[in-house]
Design a protein around this ligand. Structure first.
Ligand SMILES: C[S@@+](CC[C@H](N)C(=O)[O-])C[C@H]1O[C@@H](n2cnc3c(N)ncnc32)[C@H](O)[C@@H]1O
Ligand code: SF4
Ligand code: SF4
Length: 278
């Protein structure tokens, strides 16, 4: 069975485009004005990668974005078509800032949509995300939930010292959805410690409880995730982007993934990683 060729692999994350319209202050990728660069993964490379996973039974999710905003990827309908052709049993999940209201139709392509909105008031939204777009997010979410057969909708907050005080208001505002509350990992790695009692990361909790991975206990949040950048480099994970195990233009997915699994998390980033479970 081909699935055995890719141990630990459950999520494929492809950086189809780097475009983003925001500069969230906690973002690992776009701290500054992010219109400065905009690269795209060529569609033949998208197809080359996903076609190698056609028989892989363990890939249960494909995320066709990484350091960017999926609503700003004009080729998303074609990308989704390619992914569905090969990874027939995998769900397609978008994480989105939901601010590009005019492109909202694109959200209907996904099986699941995770909306990141890290504030409950316009003032704090501006301080965290760098743009005055909270009303657009609310409008997009209300539009999406009004669509027949809309994808499952989840809400996400990334917590920092700038928005912690709005956590309760945020929970009330979005109480009708399943929610994920994560602490900014970059800040954590830099020794920031939020107030005691705060659940550090709702997904890490799932990993700890063995609910995250279907292949046994995962050692960290992103161990089961293959993250590939626009140029075809397979990262250690979406968090450890300085560690590259191979380029998928030149190497098979299987070989690069084998190298990654063999790496055993012996990197500087892994050593201090805040979403490491053991
Ligand atoms: C990089 S974004 C890409 C998708 C989309 N632009 C968005 O913001 O939802 C994916 C997710 O990573 C989160 N994220 C970015 N930087 C983070 C950090 N330092 N710590 C934790 N989560 C972070 C974002 O808030 C978002 O939920
Ligand atoms: S919207 Fe997403 S990709 Fe863009 S800056 Fe914010 S977290 Fe980063
Ligand atoms: S321990 Fe390493 S591989 Fe695991 S999530 Fe952290 S940086 Fe990524």
């Amino acid at each position: 069975m081909m699935g055995l060729a890719f141990p630990c692999l459950e999520i494929l994350q492809l950086e189809t485009s780097t475009a983003c319209n925001m500069n969230c202050h906690y973002c690992d990728y776009h701290h500054d004005s992010c219109v400065a660069y905009n690269y795209q993964m060529p569609l033949p490379l998208v197809e080359k990668i996903v076609s190698q996973l056609e028989e892989c039974e363990t890939v249960r999710r494909v995320q066709p974005w990484l350091a960017g905003e999926p609503l700003l990827e004009p080729r998303m309908p074609e990308i989704v078509e390619i992914v569905r052709k090969y990874c027939r049993d995998a769900e397609i999940v978008f994480f989105t800032n939901a601010t590009v209201y005019e492109k909202r139709d694109m959200l209907m392509l996904a099986d699941q949509v995770e909306v990141t909105v890290s504030a409950a008031t316009p003032e704090t939204y501006m301080r965290v995300h760098g743009k005055p777009y909270l009303d657009r997010v609310v409008k997009t979410v209300e539009w999406l939930e009004a669509q027949p057969n809309h994808p499952e909708i989840h809400l996400r907050i990334v917590l920092t010292e700038r928005n912690l005080h709005e956590l309760e208001a945020w929970r009330r505002q979005w109480s009708r959805f399943e929610r994920f509350e994560n602490v900014a990992t970059g800040l954590l790695a830099n020794k920031w410690r939020p107030a005691a009692g705060l659940e550090l990361n709702s997904e890490v909790k799932q990993v700890r409880e063995g609910r995250f991975s279907q292949q046994g206990r995962a050692p960290c949040l992103f161990w089961n995730l293959a993250a590939v950048n626009v140029f075809g480099d397979l990262y250690q994970c979406c968090s450890a982007v300085n560690n590259i195990h191979g380029n998928l233009n030149r190497m098979s997915f299987e070989e690069a993934w084998r190298r990654r699994v063999a790496s055993g998390r012996n990197t500087e980033t892994c050593r201090v990683c805040p979403v490491r479970v053991y």
